[in-house]
Design a protein around this ligand. Sequence first.
Ligand code: BTN
Length: 266
Amino acid sequence: MNQESLQKAFSTLPLERIAYFAQVVSTNDVAADWAKEGLKGPAIVVADEQTKGRGRAGRSWFTPPGSALALSLLLFPPSTLDYSQLGKASGLGALALCEGLEAGFGLRPEIKWPNDVLLDGKKVCGVLAEAHWRGEELQALILGIGINIAPPSVPPPEMLNFPATSLESALGSAVSRMEVLQSTVEHVLQWLPRLHELNFIQAWEARLAYRDQAIRLLDGQNEPLEGHLLGLRQDGSLEVSLASGEIRAFQAGEIQLRPLVDRGSN
Ligand code: BTN
């Protein structure tokens, strides 16, 4: 993959800018610079290696050269996406990857709410959605997507807080990074103007891991909450029936989700 092959692969899509880096600090940082420059998007930046890739909750994201896919999309948020629904941006990247893996490879990925993609119960992709504001105005959405393509992209055990795998390990064969990249970007752009539709929530919910199962919710401070995962609400929040009998919705960023019973993913 290089600048030329990337440009060729995306020649039919209405992208404002396409950039490829052999090495970069974080593709989300590049997209943030573009937003500051005034780019409206859609635009994409892809890197073979990130020296300081970022994950959610301040974690780092492992992107060694030659084996991972690290991309960020700079997106102009649709007017239908109001402030209270920004959590939907989290599901967008995960859903887009799932649809590509289903259509292209016949896989059955699941989404660990809000935005981790699992294969055989192990994480193969993470999404970091960042919003850029100018004063009160939402100026841009940056959707950073990291996909473990080949086995060396799976972080060492001491970096993991959840079991992980790679796409090639799950499939047992080599995978074209360009194919995964193209289908993910295409699905993101298809869904972007339709985030307000019930269809979007239904497509996300249909792939939810642990649905109707016992789960544990961690906020990093208090005792974990236990309950049953009911599904998604229209704003993309997670609806849970707690052990106390109370039914509550949680917003993305508020909690981490875990199965109560390990399904043997380790
Ligand atoms: C997570 O699961 O914690 C989210 C990981 C997001 C990683 C991607 S890789 C491309 C983009 N650039 C970054 O620095 N992070 C995101």
